[in-house]
Structures are given as structure tokens and as C-alpha cells.
Design a protein around this ligand. Structure first.
Ligand SMILES: Cc1cc2nc3c(=O)[nH]c(=O)nc-3n(C[C@H](O)[C@H](O)[C@H](O)COP(=O)(O)O)c2cc1C
Length: 344
């Protein structure tokens, strides 16, 4: 089953909260948090999607042909493609209860790994929302990245130890979850974290540590100072704060601030391999994709997740061939142009 077939299948599922739109752009689900939308007016989500579309590819086929390689090394592991599934939790609220956290994470990891990528895994209020994904991770020899919420210290340390025990290749923390006021309402608050606190986590982690939810050069520099392996330029799919810029808009300045000293992942509105190419051109090393992977997993399990990963990679190869980039490190800013610069 391919992505589109899986998406259409979810439309027939009972109590499925996502509208499974043909184009996942945040318009139909504006304000639906809980649910799958962006917070408030939903502008964080819709802008992520819209601004990527304003970047165009610079076609140029006047070059010596060669083998196109989408391979990358991250977390000390080789991947065939720079595409990761983003952590998606709170499944029953956002979608329906047809998949447990374990089943969802298993479908995501199996499918992305077979497709040559990997996935970040989620966390939540109930212990099973972290433990289920960890079981799936263990079955896949730790080839995924558990993402811990910015809980109070004892819980963070406990969950880091559990992730290490499961053999995780890396760890992440979605520091922007501090904007999920819903969690405090449910009796489990999450907090902003200083660079000094993050450093204590990173020193303890003993694993490459990724800080997810970075939107400014200043925050990226603090992540670097804390010793992070990487950052995810992310506004949590527009779910934690209304009226942020799009992630693609802030990416170039963040890259300029941290250079090659830290791995840069990005997410938000990335839907095609061409979108992946644009993110790499503007400074990212790899990308995360959230909602479409969730539709693939709910509608078609690991088969649709694998198929979607292969589809994205084929589109990335297409963009590389037509712009003359034979490897990911050749995808630079000269191969794209912003709509505003066309002067048409
Ligand atoms: C329903 C839903 C649940 C999410 N749960 C988590 C989570 O538990 N942890 C996390 O770091 N991010 C979570 N996110 C954010 C995603 O990881 C990611 O940042 C975002 O979805 C990327 O945007 P995209 O969906 O437009 O690709 C969630 C997103 C959605 C839509």
C-alpha cells in the first residue's frame, strides 16, 4: 500500500480526528490542538507549509553525469536517505485508538528502516507512551531516537537510563513542549530548560543528544554550548505557539550561527522529496516529517511507511539529478532560489 492509498483508508476509519487531506497544509485543522492542527489560528503550521513552496529548484543539467548518492552518516550509523519520521505522541487524542504507542512506533521504525531512513519516537504522560516506543526500538536494535519531554529532572534522568538500556543510537528532547499547557492541565507540567540544565542531561546521557524545537540563532548557540550533537529546527508543527515564522525561514540564519559544529535537522510542512532538497540546500543535514508519516502508519502500517520513505527518496534523487548535485553535501544554496528573488 502506498502513501495515498493509506491516506484514503484513514478517511474510512471510525472516529479518526485527522481529516486526511490530499495536501497536508494545516488549513482544515487550524486550531485543532488536541487534534492534529496548529495552535490558535494555526499559522505556525500553515506558514511552515507555504514558505517551503516559495523556494524553487534551479534546474541545470549541464554537468558530467554520475551516480547519485543520498547516503548520510548520523548517530554513528549509515543511512541511505536523510529522512526521519518525527516523534508523534498522544495518538488516541490526535487520531484514534486503533494503534497503541508500541504498534505505531513499530510500524514507523520498521517502515522507515526498510526504506533507508529512521524515526524519532515520542513520549507522553502515561508510562506506556514512552515504554511502548522503547520496546519497538529494542526490537530494531536501537536504530531510532527516543524523544523525552522536558519533565522535571528525576523523570528525565530515569527515561534517559531506560533509553540507554534499550540500546538507542541517540536521544532527543522536545524543549518546545514547554508550550504544551495541556500537559500541566493534566497534572504533569513540562518546563523551559536552561543551557546549564541541558548540559547536565547531555553529560549523563552518554548518547548523541538532539535538542528539538530550536527557532532562533541564539537558542541554537545555547544548544551548542550545552554540548548537543544536533538540533531540530522546529516549531512543533505549529502546536506550541501561534505566530512563529516558518522553520524554513529561520533555517539559514541558524546555519550561519552554528555552521558545521552541530547537526541540523528541520521539520514542519515537509511533504515531498523536493521539499527535503530545499531544506538541505538552505542548511539542514536531514529532515523529520510528522503528520504524513502518521497517516501512512495508521492507514497502511509499516508497508505504507516504507513506501512513503521510498517515494520521498525518489523525489529527492529527481531533484538532485535535475540540479546537478550528486551527493547530499553538493546540495547547497546555489541550487535553489527564493520566489521573492525571481523579480518576475
Ligand atoms: C499529533 C501530533 C503529536 C505530536 N507529538 C509529538 C511528541 O510527542 N513529541 C515531539 O517532539 N513532537 C511531537 N509532535 C511534533 C512533531 O514531532 C513535528 O515536530 C511536527 O509534526 C512536524 O511538522 P509536520 O507534521 O508538518 O511534518 C507531534 C505532532 C503532531 C501533529
Amino acid at each position: 500500500m502506498n502513501y495515498n492509498e493509506a491516506r484514503l483508508k484513514t478517511k474510512t476509519m471510525e472516529n479518526f480526528s485527522c481529516k486526511s487531506c490530499e495536501v497536508c497544509n494545516g488549513v482544515a485543522c487550524r486550531g485543532e490542538v488536541p487534534g492534529v492542527g496548529g495552535k490558535g489560528t494555526g499559522s505556525g503550521f500553515t506558514r511552515n507549509f507555504a514558505k517551503i513552496k516559495e523556494v524553487m529548484l534551479q534546474m541545470d543539467t549541464l554537468y558530467e553525469a554520475g551516480v547519485i548518492d543520498t547516503g548520510i552518516e548520523l548517530f554513528g550509523t549509515s543511512f541511505e536517505t536523510p529522512i526521519f519520521a518525527a516523534p508523534v505522541g498522544g495518538l488516541a487524542n490526535a487520531y484514534n485508538d486503533s494503534m497503541t504507542d508500541y504498534e505505531y512506533s513499530k510500524a514507523i521504525l520498521e517502515g522507515t528502516l526498510r526504506g533507508g531512513g529512521s524515526g524519532f519516537l515520542a513520549d507522553g504522560i502515561a508510562p506506556e507512551q514512552f515504554q511502548g516506543p522503547l520496546r519497538a526500538l529494542k526490537e530494531k536494535e536501537g536504530r531510532g531516537v527516543p524523544t523525552i519531554k522536558p519533565w522535571e529532572d528525576p523523570e528525565v534522568f530515569e527515561k534517559m537510563a531506560m533509553a540507554r538500556e534499550a540500546g538507542a543510537m541517540g536521544l532527543a528532547m522536545d524543549v518546545d513542549a514547554a508550550g504544551l499547557t495541556l500537559l500541566a492541565d493534566l497534572g504533569k507540567p513540562v518546563h523551559p530548560k536552561s543551557a546549564a540544565t541541558l548540559k547536565t542531561y547531555i553529560d549523563q546521557a552518554g548518547l548523541p543528544f538532539v535538542i528539538k524545537g530550536i527557532m532562533t540563532p541564539g537558542a541554537a548557540l545555547k544548544a551548542l554550548e550545552a554540548g548537543a550533537y544536533g538540533i531540530v529546527v522546529s516549531n512543533h508543527g505549529g502546536r506550541v505557539l501561534d505566530h512563529t515564522p516558518a522553520t524554513i525561514e529561520v533555517l539559514p540564519a541558524i546555519k550561519a550561527a552554528v555552521g558545521d559544529k552541530i547537526k541540523i535537522f528541520i521539520d514542519g510542512g515537509i511533504r515531498t522529496g523536493h521539499d527535503v532538497f530545499k531544506c538541505l540546500a538552505l542548511g539542514a543535514d536531514a529532515v523529520l516529517i510528522g503528520r504524513p508519516y502518521a497517516l501512512a502508519a495508521f492507514g497502511g502500517g509499516s508497508e505504507a511507511v516504507e513506501s512513503y520513505t521510498r517515494q520521498l527518496t525518489a523525489e529527492l534523487v529527481d531533484a538532485m539529478r535535475m540540479t546537478g548535485a550528486l551527493s547530499l553535501d553538493q546540495i547547497d544554496e546555489t541550487r535553489v532560489i527564493r520566489e521573492s528573488a525571481l523579480g518576475f
